[in-house]
Design a protein. Structure first.
Length: 117
């Protein structure tokens, strides 16, 4: 059974930083593409950043230069360092794993990030 557990969300003032972490189990983590998505209030879920097994990263334009995704295959974790946070970054942030074998997506339960102005 695949489980993704996010942590690190919270309330922060604009300009501040947060670090999200996602612990994965039940999946061959090192061979999976990992991603962070977010869903602002009243909007659709959107990609924030992703990292492949080969460490290729991809970022949404709105977070380039402010956010950094990384992975630790020894610990089966993926992290999202978020700096210079803005009120528009407020959302529920979700971790996603895509199996390299089945192509199936797995989602975490989400963690709330709120940035006050």
């Amino acid at each position: 059974q695949v489980q993704l557990v996010e942590s690190g969300g919270g309330l922060v003032q604009a300009g501040g930083s947060l670090r999200l972490s996602c612990a994965a189990s039940g999946i061959i983590f090192s061979r999976s593409t990992m991603g962070w998505y977010r869903q602002p209030p009243g909007k659709q879920r959107e990609l924030v950043a992703s990292i492949t097994s080969g460490l290729t990263t991809r970022y949404d334009d709105s977070v380039k230069g402010r956010f950094a995704i990384s992975r630790d295959n020894a610990e089966n974790t993926v992290s999202l360092q978020m700096n210079s946070l803005k009120p528009e970054d407020t959302a529920v942030y979700y971790c996603k794993a895509t199996s390299s074998f089945s192509g199936r997506d797995y989602w975490g339960q989400g963690t709330q990030v709120t940035v006050s102005s």
